[in-house]
Design a protein around this ligand. Sequence first.
Ligand code: 13P
Length: 293
Amino acid sequence: MIIPMHQLLKEAKKGGYGVAAPNVFNRETIEACFLAAKELRAPIILDVAGVHGIYECAEIARFYERRYPEVPVAVNLDHGGPFEDIANAIRAGFSSVMIDRSQSSFEDNVKETAEIVKFAHACGISVEAELGHVGQAFEYDKTRDSGLTRPEEAADFLAQTNVDCLAVAVGTSHGVYQGECKIDFPLLDTLAAQIEQPLVLHGGSGSGDDNLRKTIEHGIQKVNLNTDLVMAGLDAMEASYANNLEIKVPKGVDTDEFTTKRMNMQQLFAVGADAYKAKLMHYMKLFKSEGRW
Ligand code: 13P
């Protein structure tokens, strides 16, 4: 069932585990998420970026909600930018929205986030915001330190905005790291000790399994994942396309004989979705969200 994100994250905080939040963008990735969550009995958050089709992804998620009603799932707008995208996500039936004003001044971040919270809460929808700025991994060496969340701003931000969960910058970055990911665990401890709301980690990919496991132990409840999942899918598709362009198929209905035929587009997409799902399940286990329902 699609439920507000804060309900999933409150449970995760109580249980001391993390919920995987994969980026999804089409039928294959959304189905892969539902199947992974069902197989592991893990909750899941579908993160949809505005550019990937707000209405389309909402419809597909509802389709799989009907097929697998037992799966606890939230549908969240990732990095909500323009006000129209956030309003459209709410109209489309998302159960949560992120407003990302992490590159604005503290005052503007507070003001615009508080406006969205008022509107979203009136519709029964959770809100995620970002304090500090999680940058792009290709410029990690230049931006890692400048964006770290400042603990002295957190209490004020939360009191003025009333957000349901907070994305914090503690040393991760989006995409493929330039150099090695270094997480500031003392900073995460300070933030977790003073913030009651669940905490979100962006830029999960490439951060290292040990690091990610530790971030859950130190107070993170939602981990955003994109690059590792889509790279796993792409690598599998590439290998399959290069080595196995011909696939074995039965020669007819009444025979055990096989012949070969050229792999088609649907089969290639299925190979990618399987690899995306396998990587996602690896992370769900790592975050200890397996068997939670
Ligand atoms: P990665 O691509 O680094 O996993 O980041 C995903 C993300 O944070 C989406 O919001």
